[in-house]
Design a protein around this ligand. Structure first.
Ligand code: HEC
Length: 107
């Protein structure tokens, strides 16, 4: 009986800690970086020093330092030759990549 209680306690602690880690803002930043480099293909066209990319098809993001709304607009709807990503990226991925770019472009 005591062992069962200890196991229950362990599970509870694990759940509490993993939800704290999940709510961490850095989590969104890291997720956005992965979208930037992989699913979103942003690094193929944009320079961004944090991502180690220096492509020059689109504007250098460290130079234009777009705010989060401007990034969401561009990613959802596309702009110029940049393709619209709505339907290709999930809303969650778009939020994450916008969060990541708006912070890392300031550095
Ligand atoms: C195929 C190349 C390409 C890809 C992939 C691409 N972009 Fe772009 N992006 C461009 C070009 C070109 C422009 C400039 C468009 C213009 O102003 O005519 C641009 C513009 C932007 C702008 C500025 C928008 C504005 O209001 O001026 C932001 C922010 C941006 N891109 C972010 C991203 C992000 C984040 C991703 C990944 C999800 C991404 N781009 C993927 C080519 C690309």
């Amino acid at each position: 009986m005591k062992k069962l209680f200890l196991n229950f306690l362990k599970t509870l602690l694990f759940l509490i800690f993993s939800s704290i880690i999940h709510a961490n803002a850095d989590d969104l930043f890291n997720k956005g970086k992965v979208v930037f480099l992989e699913a979103g293909n942003c690094a193929t066209c944009h320079a961004l020093s944090d991502a180690g990319s220096n492509a020059m098809i689109g504007p250098n993001l460290n130079e234009i330092r777009p705010d989060i709304q401007r990034i969401i607009m561009a990613v959802r709807n596309g702009i110029g030759v940049m393709p619209a990503m709505e339907g290709i990226l999930s809303d969650e991925e778009i939020d994450a990549v916008a969060h990541y770019v708006s912070i890392s472009a300031e550095q």
